[in-house]
Ligand binder design. Structure first.
Ligand SMILES: *Cc1c(COP(=O)(O)O)cnc(C)c1O
Length: 424
């Protein structure tokens, strides 16, 4: 469910016509709907009513302060994977007691900052990290709540680049080694290993891998408790998928997911944390772009947009499908063309869709690349010295730029010509 619909033949975000935003700030831009963000949060939170669960939004999916602040107002905590994300969560109004710190390569400086901030807990992914966190906490006279992220060796059946719970992935500690790591953790000062954490991947469209992983976690919790570990907290990560193809693919509803959690984990009586990212932000954002040219090749027709892989890398990085909608609703029976939809970047990998049937479009037309709210703007770059794509937030009939397009001057000023070169 999202709030991007045609009204009077023009695509709107809530009550705002997309061409009005394009006229005000130019293209390309990301457009987020606050009503959609809030709705997704409430549906997920609502599914866990009656279970001792809290939701820490995975900031890496979309870290714009306006997005994080919108969710913080709804009661969301934050799952962060770097000091930068931690600073964003704090700046957006998430209190430290609702922040968890995940990630396989936390540096000493990052952990020190998180300890001094007083975040709720650390999801620890290796023995060396555990030893370092213990030393840093003990030196400050602090006690850090710790969950060991276990790698359950379960195939999430998602794209290989977003699978994280197989033995060959860099994430977590092998579930076979977990008992020994907990035993070591109990000896260490400055940490309290009272939790367990698992996250097996992203864009899961089937409950079965979750259920396999969570059942394994439940068995581990029982074994760890029998060894004398007071496990009171389970973090089940994120990963629930979203529909990218409209009604043609329907991932499990959060209600089904919550029922499965209750079935596999509920009897343990633990506090639960969830870290959804894509589920909250994915369908709450679109990338709006203008057609530069329609170009005829020998055997195909290219639609060249003013956005590119540097603005949205998902199609080329993950073979991701994004629906593409003309901003002006096509008349029924309008002529269609099979397009390769591409950007201006000098890479053959710079595409949004191949062989996609769309109404015939011409230079100047606006299109919306749908479901671009998660892992879109956060992965944007300035490759080809293209200004970082701006972001807009809509609420009802209002919109605000929540990250402005940088000027070329500002971009060039970031570089420094060393003083041993003659000034041009
Ligand atoms: C990326 C990530 C998430 C969020 O995943 P989604 O698929 O966006 O829900 C949650 N937890 C961890 C540890 C992650 O790395």
């Amino acid at each position: 469910m999202h709030h991007f619909d045609y009204r009077g033949g023009i695509l709107h975000a809530e009550d705002v016509a997309i061409p009005d935003i394009a006229a005000a700030i130019g293209t390309p831009f990301y457009c987020y709907s606050s009503a959609t963000l809030e709705r997704h949060y409430r549906v997920f939170a609502g599914a866990f009513r009656g279970q001792p669960a809290r939701i820490c939004y995975s900031v890496k999916a979309n870290s714009n302060l306006a997005v994080v602040a919108t969710l913080a107002r709804q009661g969301a905590g934050a799952d962060v994977v770097s000091e930068g994300e931690l600073r964003r969560a704090l700046a957006a109004g998430v209190t430290p007691d609702k922040i968890v710190f995940s990630g396989v390569g936390k540096t000493e400086a990052e952990m020190a900052f998180a300890l001094e901030t007083g975040i709720d807990r650390f999801n620890v992914e290796s023995e060396p990290e555990l030893e370092l966190l213990s030393a840093l906490a003990a030196a400050r006279g602090l006690t850090a709540h710790v969950a060991i992220r276990v790698n359950p060796d379960v195939d999430a059946k998602t794209h290989e680049k977003i699978t994280t719970g197989k033995a060959e992935n860099k994430f977590g500690i092998s579930w076979k080694r977990a008992p020994a790591v907990y035993a070591r953790a109990r000896e260490l000062p400055g940490i309290e290993p009272d939790g367990i954490d698992v996250h097996i991947g992203s864009q899961l469209t089937d409950l079965e891998p979750f259920e396999a992983a969570f059942s394994r976690v439940a068995t581990m919790v029982e074994a760890l408790r029998a060894d004398g570990n007071p496990i009171a907290h389970i973090d089940l990560g994120g990963g629930l998928g979203i529909p990218y193809r409209g009604d043609n693919d329907v991932p499990p509803h959060p209600d089904e997911y919550a029922a499965m959690v209750k079935r596999t984990i509920g009897h343990l009586g633990c506090q639960l944390t969830f870290e959804p990212g894509r589920l909250i932000a994915g369908n709450a954002g679109i990338l709006v772009s203008r057609v530069i040219y329609e170009k005829q090749g020998d055997d195909r027709t290219f639609l060249i947009l003013d956005s590119a892989m540097n603005d949205l890398i998902r199609p080329t990085l993950y073979d991701a499908f994004h629906e593409i909608r003309p901003v002006t609703e096509p008349a029924s029976g309008a002529e269609t063309v099979i397009y390769d939809v591409v950007g201006p970047v000098c890479e053959t990998g710079d595409f949004f869709a191949k062989g996609r049937r769309l109404p015939r479009l011409k230079s100047g037309d606006l299109v919306a690349i749908m479901s671009a709210g998660a892992y879109g703007a956060v992965q944007a770059s300035t490759y080809n010295t293209r200004p970082l794509v701006p972001e807009v937030m809509v609420k009802d009939a209002s919109f605000r730029e929540v990250r402005a397009r940088p000027s070329y001057d500002a971009m060039l000023k970031q570089d420094i010509i060393p003083d041993w070169l003659d000034r041009p």
